[in-house]
Design a protein around this ligand. Structure first.
Ligand SMILES: Cc1cc2nc3c(=O)[nH]c(=O)nc-3n(C[C@H](O)[C@H](O)[C@H](O)COP(=O)(O)OP(=O)(O)OC[C@H]3O[C@@H](n4cnc5c(N)ncnc54)[C@H](O)[C@@H]3O)c2cc1C
Length: 354
């Protein structure tokens, strides 16, 4: 086995917002931080893609927090390219009836270069070492700390503490692949109990369908959200409301299909899924032209949004083994800022234990 990383102190699995939140809190502490991330980029479900001159956030659409600390942080990360979406979010119901939103509108942040800027800018503030395209497939508790292996057969560590941030079902897989060298200890039983509890955290599936049109679509809203959760479309957003995302004269709709539809059509070929979605969008926006997009794209988010959290007792039991959990599912709400601040709070707990 080749050693990809040497001794370090804290290892974070996942460079999503929870993972970068951990690194952010540790940035001024005397702690070496290593992040292992399976993807080519950072940001996790706060993701951006570029295609045919367009840029679009195909996971989380924007960062919104009713409180001040996220707004302050976002501004501290730099005003250049920062986008605050002006237009409101309106609602629609199962019958496709559209109504002006009546919710108090907070800031809706993204960046001209896409929402991945949040994770990138946070990481720029840290000295964390990020190993991309590194998919962790197992952990071992040794006498000198935690060692992690990846799917390339490389070994990482030992680390005095590990923070796992993938969505609960993927974290459960990692916990199930944990070995304990000291057969006498009760660590294995603790991890086994935690694995079952983590596996039970429910996640919703969302298939995002992206529809591009060679003409502009002018509406008084940025996005529409289905409030009775009884329409096959859950969310529809006009990416052109984000400066720098869509060239003039074009439009691009990011359509998040509802969980039932997404699960039933998860493996359908893109063409047929996009055809069906475009037909529904044309009906909803009452514009026949929208049934025929110029080009389409998609992303399946099998583990899109958590529907519940995890018992604190499980978190504490793992914490006793210097194994920490962070992510939106610890909060029980799929929100980018919640994931980030949960990462910060988890790092705080980790520092208390050192
Ligand atoms: C379609 C969609 C729309 C959304 N819209 C919004 C929105 O508008 N506003 C909002 O606030 N929130 C929104 N959310 C929720 C928001 O994206 C999440 O709550 C937040 O990004 C979760 O961050 P996280 O760090 O907890 O998890 P993740 O972002 O999932 O990060 C986990 C990271 O771990 C990595 N990973 C997984 N397994 C391994 C492994 N074995 N080895 C190494 N790395 C691994 C993943 O690649 C990923 O980078 C949306 C989510 C989706 C899917």
């Amino acid at each position: 086995m080749a050693a990809a990383t040497g001794d370090g102190e804290v290892c974070i699995v996942g460079a999503g917002l929870a993972g970068v939140g951990v690194a952010y809190r540790l940035r001024e502490e005397p702690v070496d931080v290593t992040i292992l991330e399976k993807s080519r980029g950072v940001g996790g479900r706060a993701a951006t893609r570029r295609k045919h001159g367009c840029r679009y956030d195909h996971g989380a659409n924007y960062i919104k927090d009713g409180g001040d600390r996220t707004d302050e942080l976002v501004r501290e990360l730099g005003d250049e390219g920062l986008v605050d979406i002006d237009q409101p979010v309106w609602t629609f119901d199962a019958d496709g009836e559209i109504s002006p939103g009546d919710r108090r509108e907070a800031h809706k942040w993204t960046w001209t270069e896409g929402i991945t800027q949040f994770a990138k800018r946070v990481l720029n503030e840290t000295d964390a070492t990020v190993h991309k395209t590194t998919r962790v497939d197992g952990l071992t508790r040794t006498a000198d700390g935690w060692r992690l292996s990846d799917t390339e057969g490389d070994s990482h560590g030992p680390f005095e503490a590990v923070v796992l941030t993938p969505p609960a079902p993927q974290t459960a897989d990692l916990l199930a692949s944990t070995a304990v060298e000291d057969a006498e200890s009760d660590v294995a039983a603790t991890i086994e109990g935690a694995t079952e509890a983590v596996r039970e955290v429910p996640f919703r599936t969302i298939r995002t369908v992206v529809l591009q049109y060679p003409f502009e679509i002018d509406r008084p809203f940025y996005a529409l959200v289905n409030t009775d959760r009884d329409h096959p479309i859950g969310w529809l957003a006009r990416e052109s409301c984000k400066a720098g995302h869509v060239p003039d004269g074009e439009s691009l709709l990011v359509v998040q299909m509802a969980p039932d539809w997404s699960t039933a059509h998860y493996d359908d070929p893109l063409d047929s899924a996009a055809d069906e979605a475009a037909g529904m969008v044309a009906d909803l926006l009452d514009d026949d032209r929208l049934a025929e997009p110029g080009w389409v794209d998609d992303q399946g988010w099998r583990y899109a949004l958590p529907d519940a959290g995890l018992d604190d007792g499980i978190v504490d039991a793992l914490r006793g083994q210097s194994l920490f959990l962070a992510g939106d599912w610890l909060v029980g709400e799929g929100r980018a800022h919640q994931a980030f601040w949960n990462g910060v709070d988890t790092a705080e707990a980790l520092l208390v234990d050192r």
